[in-house]
Design a protein around this ligand. Structure first.
Ligand code: MG
Length: 281
């Protein structure tokens, strides 16, 4: 028998950890695309696809690799990353989401961003919305004289996200099942499997088939507040009326809320099956 100490001792709140990816989860486009367009470097998607295909780096870590090794990206400096961050188009209402998560009917969700995007890009994009010490992105070491990227300190991509999560769990007094992870792409697969195993809540915000098959919930919206819905339903046990009322309190209308469960399948004849007269159309 094991005895668990309550992580809420001395706090009026039930404490949770909420970790969100950045690119295409809190924003609309990949940081690498925004940076490449800004610098006039063509062919970014092709380079990423090539790197991704050979599995040279963890899924999501391709931009970090290019910044360190690709001759065209070697000219990127810290200032360029900060500037690219200013050009990132964010999803609506991230600030309000962060504020509401602080006290959701007695539940406090500490909001962290863990992403393979360069840390400077995320910090710059979320300036004044998420504090810097709640942002864990790819961190570079710069050459002091030239300002060139000299080496990589960490890349929170793929399994690298699990490592960051485990570091949080070691430092923060959060019980293992009080974790929420939100992500959109294949770089989030490892960490979502890990959070599921811990009995936490995983939320996909895209239709990426690798993610939607793993995440406990999928929610598609241009508004960051949408992730509150699975949290309110699955953790706080709220019904739709109460959820609508909360949005209403903050001046929002849940205009279209379609609850759809889609099974997509392809059926073909099994090889070697010669049973006559059976046809599936
Ligand atoms: Mg992403």
């Amino acid at each position: 028998m094991s005895i668990q100490l309550s992580p809420d001792r001395g706090s009026p709140f039930k404490q949770y950890l909420l970790i969100s990816d950045f690119d295409q989860t809190l924003s609309f486009n990949d940081s690498g695309i925004v940076l490449s367009e800004m610098l006039g470097i063509a062919g970014f998607p092709g380079r990423i696809a090539g790197l991704s295909r050979i599995h040279m780096v963890q899924q999501g870590g391709e931009l970090a690799y290019l910044l360190l090794h690709d001759p065209e990206y070697r000219r990127v400096r810290k200032q360029d990353l900060i500037e690219a961050g200013k050009r990132i188009r964010l999803k609506e209402n991230i600030r309000l989401l962060s504020r509401l998560l602080d006290d959701l009917d007695g539940h406090r969700f500490s909001f962290y961003v863990v992403s393979a995007a360069p840390e400077e890009v995320i910090q710059s994009a979320l300036e004044g919305i998420v504090p810097h010490d709640h942002i864990y992105g790819t961190r570079f070491r710069y050459d002091q004289a030239s300002g060139e990227i000299e080496s990589i300190v960490r890349v929170p991509a793929g399994y690298g996200k699990v490592a960051v999560l485990e570091d949080f769990r070691a430092r923060l007094p959060i019980s293992h099942d009080r974790i929420v992870y939100i992500g959109d792409g294949s770089s989030d697969v490892h960490v979502m499997l890990h959070v599921n195993r811990l009995d936490g809540l995983t939320i996909a915000v895209s239709e990426n088939k690798y993610i939607t098959q793993i995440a406990r919930r999928t929610i598609l919206s241009d508004d960051a507040l949408s992730v509150l819905i699975p949290i309110l339903e699955d953790i706080l046990g709220w019904n739709t009326t109460r959820i609508r009322a909360l949005f209403d309190t903050h001046g929002f209308l849940l205009q279209e809320w379609d609850k759809v469960r889609t099974d997509t399948l392809t059926i073909s004849k099994a090889p070697g099956n010669s049973t006559p007269g059976v046809e599936i159309q």
